[in-house]
Design a binder for this molecule. Structure first.
Ligand SMILES: [Mn+2]
Length: 312
């Protein structure tokens, strides 16, 4: 039987890794030859989740040419494994904006604006009456907690809360306790070099002909990093040039206040204010009530630059 690789985005986070593991398992129980995979190293938060609940990191796939794939937790080519254009995508299960992928065949797509991909997969397990082990329930709960900042982010929906409660029951875990441990581990990202901070969770987006990169770090006490703003801005500028981007942003979210410091380097300095209605001061802005990249930083850019969908 043909092997199908279930894979999340580059620079994988907890949700990307655990969705791949749980959905591959779900597909295997339905008779598929599915293998959980990843493209990139696991971060400390993910590593903690895998070790605590007894899972190996998914198979590392640097290149996907000629392979059959199921994409979880992303659907944009710029965020996907190398060689995607020459791979066959069979399914997409995701909670992000549609990012322009084109396929040869009709495929199964499920995109739902939930707080995490783990929420969608947990729902399928529970509704499909498929046996959900304590361990899979535990890692799916971690996926929800990690993506929704312990159910507090503006992306968190009633469905996320409901799934989290049920998964907590099934795995015997306490959501707040687990959340506290994971937030501490997320904050470790803030102790790296400026380059590692920016790239630890860096996603690229295409809006027509404009390419934008946005790094996101969620942490306790982001002021520690704001104090090194000039070195962060210098490094952000390097990364923007290296990757040939028109604009590069770095979002430092305070996970207790759910506000963010946003750093910006752009070809046109007026883009930021036009998109967000906030003025940059010394390359940075403090944005109150902003903590979601996909819901609060990306849509204004899509509206400013256009979507690049041809109407002909
Ligand atoms: Mn996710």
């Amino acid at each position: 039987m043909r092997k199908v690789y279930v894979i999340g985005h580059k620079r994988p986070d907890v949700d990307s890794i655990v969705s791949a593991i749980a959905y591959a398992e779900y597909k295997r129980m339905r008779g598929w030859n599915a293998v959980a995979s990843r493209t990139g190293d696991v971060d400390p938060e993910t590593n903690y989740v895998l070790e605590r609940f007894g899972f190996e990191a998914p198979l590392l796939l640097n290149e996907a040419r000629g392979r059959a794939l199921i994409l979880v937790d992303h659907n944009e080519v710029a965020q996907a494994v190398e060689g995607l254009e020459e791979a066959e995508v069979l399914e997409i299960v995701d909670h992000h904006r549609l990012g322009g992928l084109v396929t040869a065949e009709p495929i199964f797509v499920h995109i739902e604006p939930t707080g995490s991909t783990s929420t969608i997969i947990a729902d399928w397990y529970l509704r499909g009456g498929i046996k959900l082990s304590e361990e899979i329930a535990a890692i799916l709960l971690c996926g929800i907690i990690s993506d929704t900042i312990v159910l507090r982010a503006p992306t968190c929906t009633e469905k996320d809360r409901c799934m989290a409660r049920r998964l907590a029951e099934l795995s015997g875990l306490d959501i707040e306790e687990l959340g506290k441990e994971m937030l501490e581990l997320k904050s470790l990202k803030g102790e790296r070099s400026p380059r590692e901070v920016i790239l630890s969770d860096f996603k690229e987006y295409t809006f027509g002909s404009v390419r934008v990169g946005i790094g996101h770090v969620e942490m306790l006490r982001p002021e520690k990093l704001v104090n090194m703003r000039s070195s962060l801005l210098t490094e952000l500028k390097h990364i923007k040039e290296e990757k040939g981007l028109s604009m590069a942003l770095l979002m430092l979210t305070d996970v207790l206040k759910l506000d963010s410091y946003v750093f910006c380097v752009a070809d046109d300095p007026s883009w930021f204010e036009r998109a967000y209605g906030v003025k940059l001061r010394g390359g940075m802005a403090y944005m109150r009530g902003v903590s979601s990249r996909k819901k609060q930083l990306v849509p204004p850019l899509a509206r400013l630059f256009g979507f690049g969908i041809s109407s002909s």
